[in-house]
Design a protein. Structure first.
Length: 311
């Protein structure tokens, strides 16, 4: 098994659209390269941010293949209704040179069944062919992976190296206390932008998977750096990390909502990245009021950051 890539800051890439609302893989690869060059550890594709439910299996795999061929370390989301499909995405990821997997629970059919989820996770981890993997825990998928199931799987699959927590502070605290803190070879990944400080400082997280970091990569990398220093006991960094997280909070909170992709694509447009203007469904769009609010908060944050840290 290769060394785990789950550390530092990993943006969950969104899928840009061509004018005909098909995936723009050239723009996807450009964005992935840009973020890696700025200091990201890897990228995730295709999780919720990548619109996995709206893409065909062939489109998802083409995006993974293109990123891997470009030398971009890519962690692959395995979300699927069908276990066979999820396992096929895992096998494809291993075959084309991905560096890791984000193992998403089975959704819709028997989604609340522990035994069904155990078989689902096992099939994906088996198909991964040794790729380092984290289980993605999210209340939005309707299933909470607890310590007993995690360690049953871990006993059989050594490539299960961590836990990505997308729930709130209580969920992240549970994951730290009952899953990741007892084994130095396991990593807790912060899975929601509003939980970076809590995850690193209070829960010993080793990395973060970010949405807002697509649009504000330098600022989010700065936040992670401060949180890592704060977790080592640096009092000045602790105060700065809390200040920066509070300044980012409105933009970070979009990560918790149903419109997260729409919000973060619009942030990209505000950056001047026009390939993120369109969505796969023509009717998916922010209201004029939502756009105005995000513009105001984007401008406020950029002004604050410039005044606080300089150009």
């Amino acid at each position: 098994m290769t060394a785990s890539v789950f550390k530092g800051c990993i943006p969950a890439l969104m899928t840009p659209c061509n004018p005909d609302r098909t995936p723009n893989f050239d723009a996807l690869v450009r964005k992935g390269r840009e973020l890696i060059d700025l200091g990201m550890s890897a990228v995730v594709y295709c999780g919720s941010m990548g619109d996995w439910p709206l893409l065909t299996d062939a489109e998802r795999q083409e995006g993974v293949k293109r990123l891997a061929e470009a030398g971009i370390p890519v962690v692959v989301g395995t979300g699927a209704v069908n276990t066979k499909t999820a396992a096929a995405h895992a096998a494809h990821a291993a075959a084309v040179g991905a560096v890791g997997l984000m193992v998403i629970p089975r959704v819709l059919s028997r989604g609340t069944s522990v035994s069904a989820q155990k078989h689902h996770f096992s099939a994906v981890l088996e198909a991964a062919n040794g790729l380092p993997s984290v289980i993605y825990n999210s209340p939005y998928y309707g299933f909470a992976t607890r310590a007993d199931l995690f360690f049953e799987l871990r006993a059989q699959y050594s490539n299960l190296v961590g836990f990505k927590e997308f729930g709130g502070k209580a969920d992240m605290t549970y994951a730290a206390e009952h899953i990741t803190s007892g084994d130095d070879s396991l990593t807790l990944m912060v899975g929601v932008d509003t939980g970076v400080y809590h995850g690193f400082v209070n829960c010993g997280a080793g990395g973060a998977i970010t949405g807002v970091g697509n649009a504000l990569p330098k600022e989010v990398l700065h936040l992670i750096e401060l949180c890592e220093k704060a977790a080592a006991g640096d009092a000045t960094a602790r105060a700065e990390a809390r200040e920066l997280e509070e300044a980012l909070m409105v933009l970070s909170t979009y990560d918790e909502g149903a419109d997260l992709v729409l919000h973060y694509k619009y942030l990209m447009v505000l950056n001047g990245e026009r390939e993120y203007e369109l969505h796969f469904n023509e009717t998916d769009e922010l209201s004029a009021s939502q756009q105005r609010q995000i513009e105001n908060q984007y401008n406020l944050f950029k002004t604050w950051y410039r005044n606080r840290y300089g150009a």
